[in-house]
Design a protein around this ligand. Structure first.
Ligand SMILES: [Zn+2]
Length: 203
C-alpha cells in the first residue's frame, strides 16, 4: 500500500466513527487495526485522544483494562486548553493537589455529590490563559469536571478555616480521628515537625 497522508486521515475518521458508535465498550487492538486498515492505527488513536480530546482510556488510565484494550468512556472531551500541558506537569499537579478537586474537595474516582458520577479530574488554570496565565505548575490546579464546567458554585464553596474547624468539631470523635489519620497520612513531614514542636513547648 503506498504511504501518503490520505489513507491515514481516512483511518482516523474510521476510528473516530467506530469509537463514537461503541461508547463505553472495551475495544481491543486487533479490532482497531482492522477498522483503521493501517499499521499506523495506534498513532491515529493517540491523535483522537491528544488532538481531538476524545476521552479514550487504556490500561494506563484504568486498572480494569488490560494492555491492548481501549475504551471511549463517554462523549465529554478534554478541553483544548489542557492539551498543551505535559504528562509530567499533569502528574506533578495532581500529586501536589492530592488527587482532589481544589474547588469542591472531591477526590478522583469518588462519586460526585452534584451529578452522582465518578469524579474525573482535569488540570485547570488559576489565572486563565486568556488573562495571561501560564502553563507553569504554579498556575495549575486539579479541578473536577463539575467545577470545570462552572457548576461548582451550585455545590460547595471552599470553606474558610473557621467554618471548617466548626464542621470538624461537630463531627463525632470517630470521624475526627479519621480526619486526623487522613491528615497525618497526607502530611507526614509536617506532622513530625508539629509533634516535635509541641513536645518542645511542653517540656
Ligand atoms: Zn470540584
Amino acid at each position: 500500500m503506498p504511504s501518503s497522508n490520505r489513507p491515514d486521515r481516512g483511518a482516523r475518521n474510521k476510528l473516530r466513527e467506530f469509537f463514537l458508535s461503541n461508547v463505553g465498550k472495551i475495544l481491543d487492538s486487533g479490532t482497531l487495526r482492522d477498522i483503521a486498515g493501517t499499521s499506523e492505527w495506534g498513532r491515529r488513536v493517540r491523535e483522537l485522544r491528544n488532538e481531538e480530546g476524545l476521552n479514550i482510556v487504556t490500561h494506563n488510565d484504568r486498572s480494569d483494562l488490560k494492555p491492548g484494550q481501549y475504551m471511549l468512556v463517554d462523549l465529554t472531551t478534554i478541553p483544548s486548553f489542557e492539551r498543551g500541558i505535559s504528562k509530567e506537569t499533569r502528574a506533578i499537579v495532581l500529586d501536589r493537589d492530592g488527587f482532589t478537586c481544589q474547588v469542591c474537595g472531591v477526590g478522583a474516582g469518588e462519586i460526585h455529590p452534584y451529578d452522582g458520577r465518578k469524579t474525573r479530574l482535569h488540570i485547570g488554570h488559576i489565572v486563565d490563559k486568556s488573562m495571561g496565565g501560564s502553563d507553569d505548575s504554579g498556575n495549575l490546579r486539579a479541578v473536577c469536571s463539575v467545577c470545570n464546567e462552572g457548576a461548582s458554585n451550585l455545590t460547595l464553596n471552599r470553606p474558610d478555616t473557621i467554618k471548617l474547624k466548626a464542621q470538624v468539631r461537630r463531627a463525632p470523635n470517630r470521624d475526627q480521628i479519621e480526619i486526623l489519620k487522613w491528615l497525618i497520612d497526607k502530611f507526614p513531614f509536617e506532622t513530625n515537625d508539629i509533634v516535635k514542636s509541641m513536645k518542645g513547648e511542653s517540656s
